[in-house]
Design a protein around this ligand. Structure first.
Ligand code: F58
Length: 837
């Protein structure tokens, strides 16, 4: 219709202005110049690096627009099913380089920058502040999945929260973690498009009342006591070298206007401003927990806020196109990224019943046909439960609906297991033990048509241990989709040296078809090629060594074995097992037993949850060891220990290409999947690991002979636990372990303070919940294998090459194809950009 208004209006497909849409270096340069002048108010002659970053980002964003708008228009005009990926976290990382890569104008941007006197694109990329809108693996997975969805041309929207402060920045002071607020928005963030016209209203609190409707039916209605407004902030997510550009829609909480007007009427201006501030705190900060559920009221508010906005947005999209609400499951498939958005089950029921006037059965059918749930953890302390009274106070209508969902569900269970009260108690959404609570995993499982784990072992354990009664009831509901990571960011962009080599050897198509990497297998005995492969690695290591020196002052040798463990700090991930191993190596060197030692640089990185004392102490412990090791001349040329502060996506891009040995050493059965393990393998690192999460599948694919396996299996751990595990029996059998523990106890790594690391010793020699003592000797044995293998460099390089060659399965493109086929039933919708008027 806009065309009939004015034929001169450009369609998104043929935006004519070369300055804003041209893809050559001249156009990019002109675009930057215009943005410097008109958008940023700067003269090119006095532009700072940050100005140039902003100008280039705006110029790149311009070039996304025809793709983005045409994609959104294609989805609107040719209605088919769209994926709604609901996630409280999207850890998307820096945007500029990724968009340059996916647009295919990296060279052009470099050329344009040269005209501003900038010799390397890296200088500009350095300036970019990353949005830390996630804690770790779960948030990063959501980002990889959005990128793959767009690259596979699948219509999708990622729905989440635009936190004003993301995950804290980590400083290290005197060896301790210090948290600093992450003010990622302070300089303006060029990648978002606020859409205030599409705001949604969300209620909280108040009460419900029953009434009889016009047809004489009993109904319930909710009268909330407060409201917040969700304003969408959209981030275009462009696929790799395609026109498809999906949308990440992040909601920012605003105060409702009525407060402001009310203030003028009653004169309580300051009181009203306080209310406004309170409702805006909703999207203020990301909860920095990893692994423990805190059950905080504000977090439940955040969850309901973004879920309600997102579902309203989906329903509105149908209304706009005059599609009946009954058609919802044919137009939207809603994926719950863990239980954080699980309130969607109740909220969709509420919207369908209370607002769209559907009856229960129809509403339930729609909900169940639309929603699927991904579980990311088995740790009992991480399973979300909401205190019943808190929940009722905040979401009274949702509680009523959950009671009814539960009543109908338990009725079904009773039919199948007559007289079995135990199973009813086990399956109920309401946990009756202790203070009553709502089990969100149960709500999600009952509401969803599919429940999936994130690696084969994990999905199996969901069925056998976490939800066995549910799996018996609905065997076909449970499935596995092994995680994956995007090769665009994690190889093409992070590892330019390796990418160049791959392009030359097998052509550029590996970027979208990682199975092509298998062709590298035929190079496994080609010394020339192995040398080239190794020198790509060495170049990554040199860059990281420079970064380590600048950040920590520690000089490391790029020819040493780079042994890396980067991930959130947690007892189940066992950074302390790694640290103990370092001490054992240190002792060997001190005692002159250096024959089997390979020169190593042991690198740690990761944040600890601010309230997790043991994790913070583990960081202090690693830094205590680093201080002693790095200051001891006996260690020169043999051992270095580094704790890299503030591990995030950007730093990960430097770390993965520079790693020789990937530490994946969690207690078997505890790490749902892991995704860093995949990034390492793709970049040619060998793994030392337990049979946990996706390690199992990595080992199966790359070959057992190219993987350093150690430790008890999940079933052996269970057996040990059932027999009454005693760490001391393992300590008694290991001299090296005794000496290692002794050295910590006497304060060797804490300037003689024998108290500082006492809690670590106590936990390891006490009940050792993560079986560190049980796995120590076997870990040391595997590390000796690593050292031995490192010394035969050609053999090592061959093993490393085979890891890269056989890692194609772990592309998130494969994961997304599986979700599309077996869970979502969605097909790609190619986007054509044409210029017909
Ligand atoms: C992670 N979970 C798993 N949770 O630990 C990891 O094995 C898996 O590879 C990854 O998900 C992707 O499936 C995870 O990162 C969180 O960060 C939660 C954030 C919210 C609070 C509770 C932890």
């Amino acid at each position: 219709s806009s065309q009939s208004l004015d034929l001169r209006l450009p369609t998104p497909g043929c935006y004519a202005d070369p300055v804003r849409a041209g893809m050559d270096a001249d156009a990019v340069f002109d675009g930057m110049t215009e943005h410097l002048f008109f958008t940023l108010g700067k003269l090119a002659t006095s532009a700072s690096l940050r100005d140039l970053y902003m100008a280039l980002s705006f110029a790149v964003r311009d070039r996304l627009m025809s793709r983005y708008l045409t994609s959104q228009e294609t989805i609107r005009a040719r209605p088919q099913k769209t994926v709604a990926y609901l996630s409280a976290e999207f850890l998307i990382g820096p945007q500029l380089n990724n968009n340059l890569l996916n647009l295919g104008i990296k060279k052009e941007a470099e050329e344009a920058l040269k005209r501003f006197g900038i010799e390397s694109l890296n200088e500009i990329l350095e300036v970019e502040e990353e949005p830390g809108l996630g804690n770790g693996g779960l948030g990063r997975l959501a980002a990889c999945y959005m990128e793959s969805l767009a690259s596979l041309q699948v219509p999708a929207v990622g729905y989440g929260i635009r936190y004003e402060f993301g995950i804290f920045n980590q400083l290290i002071r005197d060896g301790w973690q210090v948290e600093v607020t992450d003010k990622w928005l302070k300089g303006g963030w060029p990648w978002e498009l606020p859409q205030p016209d599409e705001a949604c209203l969300v209620g909280f609190g108040g009460q419900t009342e029953s009434y009889t409707d016009d047809n004489g039916n009993y109904r319930s209605r909710w009268i909330p006591s407060e409201h917040a407004i969700g304003v969408p902030h959209d981030v275009p997510v462009l696929g790799y070298r395609v026109n498809s550009c999906d949308r990440l829609r992040l909601w920012r909480a605003d105060a409702t206007e009525s407060f402001d007007f009310y203030a003028f009427n009653i004169g309580d201006y300051y009181g009203a401003v306080e209310e406004k501030v309170a409702s805006e705190t909703l999207s203020k900060v990301l909860y920095p927990n990893d692994g423990t559920d805190e059950g905080r009221r504000l977090r439940l508010k955040q969850q309901h806020f973004f879920v309600s906005c997102s579902l309203q947005d989906m329903l509105r999209s149908l209304e706009k196109r005059s599609i009946a609400v009954e058609e919802f499951p044919n137009h939207w498939t809603v994926q719950l990224n863990d239980t954080h958005p699980a309130i969607a089950v109740a909220e969709l029921m509420r919207l369908l019943i209370d607002q769209h006037r559907l009856d229960w059965d129809k509403a339930w059918e729609i909900t169940n046909r639309s929603v699927a749930y991904t579980n990311h953890t088995l740790l009992p302390e991480a399973l979300e439960k909401w205190d019943l009274s808190l929940f009722k106070n905040l979401l009274p209508r949702h509680l009523e609906l959950i009671y009814e969902i539960n009543r109908r569900f338990l009725q079904q269970v009773r039919l199948k297991y007559p007289g079995n009260d135990l199973i009813l108690r086990k399956l109920s959404i309401i946990d009756e033990e202790g203070g009553k609570a709502i089990r969100m995993a149960h709500l999600a499982t009952i509401g969803a048509h599919h429940v999936n784990g994130v690696a084969a072992l994990h999905s199996d354990l969901i069925k056998r241990q976490l939800l066995p009664e549910f799996a018996q009831l609905w065997p076909e509901k449970f499935t596995n989709v092994t995680n994956g990571v995007t090769p665009r960011r994690w190889v093409a962009l992070a590892n330019p040296e390796l990418s160049k080599l791959l392009d030359k050897e097998i052509g550029p198509n590996w970027i979208t078809n990682m199975d092509l990497l298998l062709e590298l297998e035929k190079k496994e005995n080609d010394s020339n090629f192995l040398d080239l492969f190794a020198s790509a690695k060495l170049s990554g290591k040199r860059k990281l060594a420079g970064y380590i020196h600048r950040q920590t002052g520690v000089l490391v040798d790029p020819s040493s074995l780079f042994d890396v463990q980067v991930k959130r700090i947690h007892q189940y991930k066992r950074q302390h097992l790694n640290a103990l191993q370092v001490i054992a190596q240190y002792l060997r060197i001190k005692n002159g037993i250096t024959k089997n030692i390979a020169p190593r640089t042991v690198i740690f990185g990761g944040k600890a949850a601010p309230g997790y004392f043991m994790a913070k102490l583990m960081i202090r412990f690693i830094n205590g060891i680093a201080d002693v090791v790095n200051a001891d001349p006996d260690m020169d040329g043999l051992l270095r220990v580094v704790f890299l502060p503030d591990y995030n996506v950007k730093l990960g891009e430097q770390v993965y290409p520079a790693t020789d040995l990937s530490e994946q050493i969690s207690t078997a059965g505890k790490e749902a999947s892991g995704t860093g393990n995949m990034k390492f393998a793709m970049n040619g690192a060998l793994t030392i690991g337990t049979l946990d999460g996706a390690n199992v599948e990595i080992r199966d694919r790359v070959g057992a002979e190219n993987f350093f396996l150690f430790g008890k299996t999940e079933s052996e751990i269970m057996e040990l636990r059932d027999q009454g595990y005693s760490p001391n029996s393992f300590i008694a059998e290991s001299n090296e372990l005794q000496e290692t523990l002794k050295l910590i106890e006497v304060g060797h790594f804490s300037n003689g303070d024998s108290e500082l690391f006492r809690p670590i010793i106590n936990i390891l020699t006490g009940n050792d919940p993560f079986f560190v003592m049980a796995d120590f000797d076997d870990y040391l044995r595997a590390q000796d294998e690593v050292s031995k293998a490192w010394k035969k460099s050609k053999k090592w390089n061959r093993m490393a090459l085979l890891n890269t060659a056989r890692s194609g399965f772990f592309s998130s493109d494969r994961s997304i194809r599986e979700y599309c086929q077996s869970i979502w039933k969605v097909k790609p919708l190619p986007v054509e950009i044409s210029c017909e008027k």
